[in-house]
Design a protein around this ligand. Structure first.
Ligand code: HSE
Length: 436
């Protein structure tokens, strides 16, 4: 059978990796797919660079629409990124009857519902393993491997840049700004790191996982997004003394009245495997009612790790493209007519435990007042750590770990504590997840 023909839009880091791995492992991939898979056309604004990567025998153009217009192309890989031209090209490729493979988490988190509906109507597949956690096959695991389960929660370190920064802050006791500069110098952080450090990239990925885990539409606009820019080295140190580590987690959790969808820094017990995921590595924990807790670990970015996911999608599409569209794996794991309207809960309804750091006057009755406010709000204390006041300074840090409470309740208690004259600076509060 003649090889399936693929057109590649954008041949940067991941595109080059995809081209090279596909070529290097050609024979083995064909044995798996049942048919050859060939990238026969590449579109990139930098034609000379693209030609240098692909060599002879591949048509290189600077206009992606030439690929979409080519009737011989069966699958279009979109590796341009962003919501702009990438969205237009994906929609045009679908309209032209092409299957699409994309690594574009931003596009799917924001416009996925529209894109999947159009693809479904057209009878084509949109595959996106590379959009979440790079080389880790977490989409496959959630959508197929765990299909027997009622998924209870998904919690992941799904941004390598921020995990690298947090690891360095902990290892070296350095502040965020210092480590960010170092990460940029080493190429771990982009020149404009906003999407990573503000939690947006992780929220795109968490949004996609929430949809597949619970059969809800992709709703990035409902996600709570908080990054790591406000984290102080002192909190990482205190957390360590209490046997916790601080990680930026993307969390999708089933609750009684809806789904929690949130990205924020989080204390995690040091003894959990996920707390020991260091540097730029990614890891995702999934809790299912039948399987219990599972953990997936690997490289969340990079040329060949991400190419590994892109090519897995190419193989899936190659195997399934002749199947009746109704018999394929649904884009969001659940049949389109069986999606749930479970709402994404506001943060005030989220239930979690807390780490609190208060700068307080070191005098009689302060602890009693603070704990009195927590008791009054029905918030149970798990642990308290009070540092000895430094020489000549009549104030100290008071660290409190709480048990689970509603965020709305905690916010009211925080406002009362903040108003105490003996609380001398802004209170730091960081959510805590036991991931048990
Ligand atoms: N910038 C991401 C990260 C990789 O740091 O993990 C691509 O999503």
């Amino acid at each position: 059978m003649k090889p399936i023909q693929v057109g590649l839009l954008g041949i940067g880091t991941v595109g080059s990796g995809t081209f090279n791995v596909l070529k290097r492992n050609q024979e083995e991939i064909q044995r798996r797919a049942g048919r050859g898979i060939e990238i026969t056309m590449v579109a990139d604004l930098d034609v000379a660079r693209a030609k240098a990567v692909v060599g002879e025998g591949v048509t290189v153009v600077n206009d992606a629409r030439q690929i979409i217009a080519n009737p011989d192309i069966d699958i279009v890989i979109e590796l341009i990124g962003g919501y702009g031209i990438a969205k237009a090209l994906v929609m045009e490729a679908i309209a032209a009857g092409k299957h699409v493979v994309t690594a574009n988490k931003a596009l799917l988190a924001v416009h996925g519902t529209e894109i999947f509906a159009v693809a479904q109507a057209k009878g084509v597949m949109v595959a996106f393993e590379a959009a979440v956690a790079g080389g880790i096959p977490i989409i496959k695991a959630l959508r197929e491997g765990l299909t027997a389960n009622q998924i209870q929660w998904v919690a992941g370190i799904i941004n390598g840049t921020t995990n690298f920064i947090l690891s360095e802050m902990r290892d070296k006791g350095l502040d965020f700004d210092v480590v960010l500069k170092e990460a940029q110098r080493l190429g771990y952080a982009e020149a404009d790191p906003t999407f990573d450090i503000e939690g947006v990239d992780a929220a795109h990925k968490a949004t996609i996982m929430s949809a597949i885990a619970f059969g809800i539409p992709v709703q990035f606009d409902k996600a709570h997004v908080e990054g790591i820019t406000q984290l102080a080295a002192a909190d990482i140190r205190y957390a360590e003394q209490l046997d916790y580590r601080i990680k930026l987690l993307g969390i999708a959790k089933r609750a009684a009245k809806g789904v929690e969808l949130r990205v924020h820094p989080c204390l995690v017990p040091s003894k959990r495997l996920i707390a020991n995921v260091e540097g730029a590595m990614n890891a995702v924990m999934v809790q299912g009612d039948a399987v219990g807790t599972t953990l997936y670990y690997g490289k969340g970015a990079g040329s060949e790790p991400t190419a590994s996911a892109v090519i897995a999608d190419l193989v899936d599409v190659t195997r399934l493209h002749t199947a009746d569209p109704l018999n394929r794996v649904p884009h969001l794991a659940f049949q389109p007519n069986a999606m749930s309207d479970l709402p994404v809960l506001p943060m005030s309804e989220v239930v979690t435990s807390y780490y609190l750091r208060l700068r307080v006057a070191d005098e009689a009755g302060v602890l009693a007042k603070v704990t009195g406010i927590l008791a009054g709000a029905g918030i149970s204390i798990d642990a308290v750590l009070q540092r000895e006041a430094e020489e000549g300074v009549n104030q100290t840090d008071l660290i409190i770990l709480t048990h689970d409470t509603r965020e709305g309740t905690m916010n009211e208690a925080l406002a009362q504590m903040q108003a105490l004259p003996t609380v001398l600076g802004p209170i730091t509060s960081i959510r805590k997840e036991e991931l048990a």
